[in-house]
Design a protein around this ligand. Structure first.
Ligand code: TRP
Length: 323
């Protein structure tokens, strides 16, 4: 066997044992092909997502940041000194700075994210900006159990889950995640959570399909990642990004639509796609305030306060465990 062939074989074996291999094979084998959205956030994907948050069409980030700036003093007033701030899916931790400015007496900030590069950059930047703050980053999925150093284990916990990431879960899964967070944040725990509100499609669709094509690049990057990490042979030119709104489910769906009939090779399997057939990559559910509150209460939380912007685009909720 030539050296090149051996190398290739080694590569395929590595790919086959990759933790994402089984998940990807499973998703592409379904009648509606799908890929899990955590795959978006490799280093390039995390950068592209940061770009999305600055797009004129993407109202959630700046709207939520303005709401947080207004609510921060009230949030701080309910935060006991020596609390731990736990952030789920912290990414760049930009919005966190708004809370950290208002919360000088935290024992620690514990960001959790699937992107090593985003965690490292955010921890370094926060270390410079808040030199006395203890930062304890965790690489992983926020559905994993929350493990803090023993010295912090008895501190009261405030969770922070901004960006309407909760909307990326189907309602039943969202309720399960909120229950899991209630357990992780413990008795006396509290959660500050950002939730995007239902609104007209003329605002919703451009937020997920911007004129500059950044969201399209972000969606397509998932295929580049599979080419690189699993040796797949996706031709990115033969797919286009599409955002669809389904009113009955109150959700935006992100798809990668095949421009032609083709076969994708991946880990020794061939996946046929018809022209116009799609791979579903993400959902983003939109709620009314009352709908979200009902979901949170189902998950064992009490809804204490809610803040919105003047245009009712976005909401930030303060949930606690009640008495
Ligand atoms: N939580 C964000 C949202 O639902 C995530 C997001 C924004 C996203 N734009 C995206 C996910 C585009 C996939 C593709 O708004």
């Amino acid at each position: 066997m030539s050296q090149i062939a051996e190398k290739k074989l080694g590569g395929v074996q590595d790919a086959a044992t990759s933790p994402i291999a089984q998940i990807v094979l499973d998703g592409l084998s379904r009648p509606q092909k799908s890929l899990p959205s955590f795959l978006f956030y490799d280093a390039r994907g995390s950068d592209l997502f940061e770009e999305i948050t600055r797009l004129p069409e993407y109202y959630p980030t700046r709207t939520e940041a303005a709401i947080l700036a207004e609510a921060a003093p009230a949030i701080a007033a309910h935060t006991p000194p020596g609390a731990v701030l736990v952030e789920y899916g912290s990414g760049s931790s930009r919005k966190t700075e708004i809370l950290l400015d208002a919360l000088p007496n935290l024992a620690a900030y514990a960001p959790i994210d699937v992107s090593q590069s985003a965690l490292a950059e955010a921890s370094a930047r926060l270390g410079r900006r808040f030199p006395t703050l203890r930062v304890i980053p965790t690489l992983g999925d926020f559905s994993a159990p929350l493990i803090l150093p023993a010295s912090l284990s008895r501190r009261p916990r405030t969770g922070f889950f901004p960006g309407s990431t909760i909307g990326n879960f189907a309602p039943a899964d969202a309720a399960a995640l909120l229950t899991h967070m209630a357990q992780g944040l413990g008795d006396g725990g509290r959660l500050i959570i950002g939730v995007d509100l239902l609104k007209d499609v003329s605002i919703l669709i451009p937020a997920y399909d911007d004129a500059a094509g950044v969201t399209a690049a972000f969606n397509l990057n998932i295929l580049a990642r599979l080419n690189r990490e699993l040796g797949a042979d996706f031709d990115l030119q033969s797919f286009r990004h599409e955002a669809r709104f389904y009113a009955a489910e109150s959700r935006i769906e992100m798809h990668l639509v095949s421009r032609r009939r083709q076969k994708i090779g991946l880990l020794g399997c061939l996946f046929p796609l018809e022209a116009g057939e799609s791979i579903h990559t993400e959902n983003s559910y939109k709620y009314s305030i009352a709908q979200f509150q009902a979901l949170a209460e189902l998950a064992g939380w009490s809804c204490r306060r809610v803040w919105t912007d003047d245009g009712d685009l976005f909401s930030v909720h303060e949930l606690d465990r009640g008495i």
